[in-house]
Structure formats: structure tokens, C-alpha cells
Design a binder for this molecule. Structure first.
Ligand code: SF4
Length: 149
């Protein structure tokens, strides 16, 4: 299979704080599958970078930079779209939990006062789903990885 994976899970130092979240179990999938790193934030905001959050306003969710409220949604969606277009053969996607871009049902959703109103999908993850890709949270993958062999 060809798997797109959040790049930080593959050991890339692309997190907001310049660190990675390399996961040996996921990296080991490279023995049997083709792994393609995906990070929608680093090309837009660089690394390290200020944090961003999913903010819901009038029922619409946007990605805003914490420090100054800059809306980076369109830029991150453009990177995500370009990734999909340039990798048409992706079979599955494994994403980092809790990220405002990559999280899958684990990302804090905030109101305009930055109060948490629930958990949901990061906006890049949401777009990957809308495009029909099979998307997995890293932790669900770890629980169910027998079915990947
Ligand atoms: S945007 Fe996704 S791939 Fe990039 S650092 Fe954040 S969680 Fe990892």
C-alpha cells in the first residue's frame, strides 16, 4: 500500500516547537509499504512556528494563529490540496492526534474566546476525508494494526 503519514510521526522535525513525534511502530510500516510524509503546516508557517488553533465562528471553523489571530486556513488547505493532487495513489492516511490540522476526532475546537467547545477533526484531516481518503488516527492504528499486515 501507499500510506500518507503525518510527517512528525515519521521523525521529521516539523512540529510547531521544532520537535518530532517519531513513532517506531508507524515507521516500521515502511518495511512493507510506501510511506509518504505529509505536513500541511510547516510549508505555510515554517518550523518552529507559533501555535494555531481551530476557532469556530458562526458555525464555521477556521485555523487562526494564536499570537495574532491571523487566518491561515486557506494556505493550509492549499498545501493539503496540492498534496492530494501530487499523490493520487494514496491507499490510506495515518494522522497525528490532537493537531489543529491533522487531528482526527481529537482536536480541541475553540470558540472566539478560546474556550473549548468540544473535540473534532483538524481541518486538513477533514479535507482528506471529504476527498474520500481512508484516514486513521495514530492511536487507532496502533490498536488495530493487525489488519494492516
Ligand atoms: S501539521 Fe500534522 S504533520 Fe505537521 S507537525 Fe503538525 S501534526 Fe505533524
Amino acid at each position: 500500500m501507499t500510506l500518507a503519514v503525518s510527517a512528525c510521526l515519521l521523525g521529521e522535525m516539523c512540529r510547531y516547537d521544532g520537535a518530532s513525534k517519531g513513532c517506531a511502530e508507524i515507521m516500521a510500516l515502511g518495511k512493507e509499504h510506501t510511506l509518504i510524509p505529509f505536513c500541511p503546516e510547516a510549508p505555510v508557517l515554517g518550523t518552529p512556528r507559533g501555535r494555531i488553533s481551530v476557532i469556530e465562528r458562526d458555525g464555521v471553523r477556521r485555523l487562526l494563529r494564536d499570537e495574532d489571530g491571523m487566518d491561515v486556513t486557506d494556505a493550509i488547505m492549499a498545501v493539503t490540496e496540492a498534496f492530494i493532487q501530487s499523490h493520487p495513489n494514496i491507499d490510506r492516511v495515518i494522522l497525528k492526534s490532537k493537531s489543529p490540522s491533522c487531528g482526527l476526532g481529537t482536536t480541541p475546537m475553540l470558540d472566539e474566546d478560546k474556550e473549548m467547545i468540544g473535540l473534532g477533526n483538524g481541518l486538513a484531516a477533514e479535507y482528506l476525508i471529504e476527498c474520500g481518503l481512508q484516514v486513521w488516527d495514530e492511536n487507532n492504528f496502533k490498536k488495530e494494526n493487525e489488519c494492516w499486515k
